[in-house]
Design a protein around this ligand. Structure first.
Ligand SMILES: *Cc1c(COP(=O)(O)O)cnc(C)c1O
Length: 387
């Protein structure tokens, strides 16, 4: 069986974890600030706040930005449900902006049109661009619209650590207020479960730190009771326990050392796929010239105009051939939960059409060329209909 994604753990990663297990601190120790600094330095951002997963990161990013009841958050329908659930956790409302049919990223034209057509009191407080598959959204244009319409930008960069946009690493927050990474095991680097919120803004940073840990602070300047004693802390707002462990953070720092290598290998495999699949009735992923993708996913679309097989037929044939293809994503607005909120099929036609045709092929650091050849051969046979 060839999975669609898989982590790579080497001896140095194992060693890093073992060292923490033998140390004094399993959590709230020195590995967390070290990992935060490693990621912040890599991205060129001032601050990183490690969290238990990216979903938690998106939640506290929204809270730190002041999102609450009566506010709106807009994101792409072509994403994992966490990108929009974060708004609902805050009691805010969600809406979506359709994707560009070529890049599968939030369409800037659709965003601008929707902003123009939306009454002032329903304009978004936060827009969450999702760097789908590892490729950056058009951040210059989105930033420009943010200035004009007064929304904050939280980048969902769960797919894209190690990628860059123009001259900046994704995570630098050069074009946004906060950026959220995921370190789930299928992502580009992993801590098992884990995430990080990046920001350049000191005030947001302080709130993120507090919200990650119950809303509690020991910062004397913020306390109402100034000299109650060294044991003293105050809960200043309602926060959560969204902390990462030191065990995970040590693994993260060790993985960071190989991030560029991971992404470079993904690029090699993507180039091979591009070549080997060129003559099949597929739409291959488009690479934007302004973006260096982290290539979390390699998604092909079954070209329904040219192909004699449906996406479902191709998908089933691949699974029968031992290739664990996947689909990213079922449009979020079509989920039963979201339909109960009033969304329905037909609202975001580009995301829906994309979904009907998309298949995610295996792509990960350890994917061997003979395995990749098997994926390509299986696809070829799927179209020819030979079992
Ligand atoms: C994986 C993922 C998330 C959630 O990440 P977790 O760390 O699993 O919480 C959010 N958004 C996107 C686009 C993802 O792919």
């Amino acid at each position: 069986m060839i999975p669609y994604g898989r982590q790579n753990i080497n001896d140095a990663d194992v060693q890093a974890v073992v060292e923490v297990l033998r140390s004094d601190f399993l959590t709230q120790g020195p590995a967390i600030p070290r990992f935060e600094k490693d990621v912040a330095d890599y991205c060129g951002a001032r601050y990183g706040v490690a969290v238990s997963n990216a979903t938690a990161g998106l939640h506290i990013a929204c809270l730190a930005a002041g999102l609450g009841p009566g506010d709106w958050l807009w994101t792409s329908p072509n994403t994992f449900v966490a990108s929009s659930n974060c708004a609902l956790y805050c009691g805010a409302d969600v809406d979506f902006v359709d994707i560009d049919p070529v890049t599968y990223l939030m369409s800037v034209e659709a965003l601008e049109r929707k902003l123009q057509e939306t009454p002032q009191e329903r304009l978004p407080k936060i827009v969450v661009p999702v760097h789908f598959a590892g490729q950056s959204c058009d951040m210059v244009a989105i930033k420009e619209l943010a200035r004009k319409y007064g929304f904050l930008i939280v980048e969902d960069a769960a797919h894209s650590i190690g990628g860059s946009y123009r001259e900046s690493k994704i995570g630098s927050c050069r074009y946004s207020d906060m950026t959220v990474f995921s370190f789930h095991a299928v992502k580009v680097i992993t801590t098992g479960e884990g995430g990080m919120v990046m920001t350049e803004n000191e005030e947001l940073y302080q709130r993120l730190i507090r919200l990650r840990s119950h809303g509690i602070s020991r910062d004397v300047e913020l306390l109402t009771e100034k000299d109650a004693g060294p044991f003293y802390y105050e809960q200043l707002e309602l926060g959560f326990n969204y902390r990462m462990t030191d065990i995970q953070a040590a693994l993260g720092s060790s993985q960071m050392l190989r991030l560029d290598q991971f992404v470079a290998r993904r690029h090699e495999l993507v180039s091979r796929y591009d070549e080997l699949l060129a003559d099949l009735p597929l739409k291959l992923p488009f690479q934007k010239p302004d973006s260096y993708s982290a290539h979390h996913l390699y998604v092909v679309r079954v070209d329904t105009g040219r192909a004699s097989r449906s996406r479902r037929q191709v998908f089933d044939a691949m699974r029968d051939a031992g290739v664990l293809v996947n689909v990213h994503y079922i449009p979020v607005h079509t989920q039963p939960y979201y339909r109960r909120l009033g969304f329905d099929w037909g609202q975001f036609p580009e995301a829906e059409q994309y979904y009907r045709e998309a298949i995610t092929l295996p792509l990960y650091f350890d994917l061997q060329e003979n395995e990749q050849n098997h994926v390509v051969e299986s696809l070829r046979l799927a179209f020819e209909g030979i079992p």
